[in-house]
Design a binder for this molecule. Structure first.
Ligand SMILES: C[S@@+](CC[C@H](N)C(=O)[O-])C[C@H]1O[C@@H](n2cnc3c(N)ncnc32)[C@H](O)[C@@H]1O
Length: 308
């Protein structure tokens, strides 16, 4: 019997998962796809700790196929039951409750969709993966957050375990209306936001927020604070253009910068082929440790975390 691998992903992103696996994993061939789930036939054994074959995978592991009920779930340390499509109302009550996985635990993934047998997989949890069902990073977004970027930055911090701390200084390029600025300001950072757009009044009112109302290309080094610990980039520009714009600021930032969180916008699937080149461009900024992930709040964009 051949082995199979599975990836769960945001519905609609399956083509990106397939393109990356075709590029990087000669041991895998596309087998089956439903919205939010892709499987691959393997030419070798797939272990539960198999490295994710795509940065678009929310959960990656060994695929075991369809099951009819809870009695078919194999023995595991932990069970994760989740909807194949989070936007489709899915009754999970017939399945055992999910738990938070601990490093080293074998997790049984039960992927549920209405009117279909559930899909079963297994993965071994490690710190690079989410301990929550479906690869989630739960965020308690305040009702007055002006944008979902609050969740995006909190997910990035949780996923990459970024050591952001009160007293640090952050600079965000593309900061309006200010969801991410709000999240970092609430954590006690001083946040400088560059954007020609307005920050929401409740963000601007925070005492540790500064707005530079201009385009990134017009920012002069002297206008920036002497120490910047974290750089966030969330402009709606093509990734190559956004990286070009921030490269001009890097000599000023380099001495104190701990890392960057860069949202790379995807216009079409040709973007997937560009990813290795984009990682190279980010490394060239002086940030050699680059990791990519399609986070739960990402849509047609991907999160790059780059550390010194
Ligand atoms: C996705 S929104 C940013 C959301 C924001 N990070 C938040 O937390 O709410 C993209 C922003 O990029 C800004 N932008 C686009 N081009 C820019 C440029 N050249 N310089 C500065 N900001 C720019 C836009 O004005 C827009 O507000």
């Amino acid at each position: 019997m051949p082995d199979f691998a599975f990836a769960s992903c945001l519905p609609g992103v399956e083509p990106a998962v397939k393109l990356e696996v075709a590029r990087d994993r000669s041991d895998l061939a596309f087998a089956y796809s439903r919205p939010g789930l892709v499987t691959f036939k393997a030419t070798r054994e797939i272990a539960p700790d198999d490295s994710p074959g795509s940065v678009f995978a929310r959960v990656w592991g060994r695929s075991l196929g369809k099951i009819e009920g809870a009695s078919s779930i194999p023995t595991a340390d932990c069970i994760h039951v989740f909807a194949r499509d989070p936007d489709v109302e899915t009754d999970l009550s017939a399945w055992p409750p999910s738990a938070i996985a601990q490093p080293g635990q074998l997790v049984a993934d039960v992927i549920v969709a209405p009117g279909e047998p559930a899909w079963l997989g297994v993965h071994r949890h490690d710190p690079s993966r989410s301990p929550h069902p479906g690869g989630a990073f739960p965020v308690d977004m305040p009702a007055d957050s002006p944008s979902r970027a609050y969740a995006k930055i909190e997910e990035a911090i949780a996923w990459a375990k970024l050591p952001v701390a009160a007293g640090h200084v952050a600079l965000e390029i593309g900061a309006a209306p200010g969801g991410a600025v709000m999240a970092l300001a609430r954590r006690g950072l001083t946040v400088w936001g560059v954007d020609t757009g307005e920050l929401a009044p409740q963000v601007l009112a925070l005492p540790n927020v500064v707005h530079l109302a201009k385009k990134v290309g017009a920012v002069r080094w002297e206008e920036l604070p002497p120490r910047i610990d974290w750089l966030l980039v969330d402009v709606n520009l093509a990734p190559q253009v956004a990286l070009h714009e921030i490269s001009r600021l890097m000599p000023k930032l380099r001495d104190t910068l701990r890392g960057a969180v860069i949202t790379l916008k995807m216009n079409d699937w040709a973007f997937v082929a560009e990813l290795p080149k984009l990682v190279g461009r980010i490394r060239d900024l002086g940030l050699p440790d680059v990791r990519l992930r399609h986070l739960p709040s990402n849509r047609r964009e991907i999160c790059a975390v780059a550390l010194r």
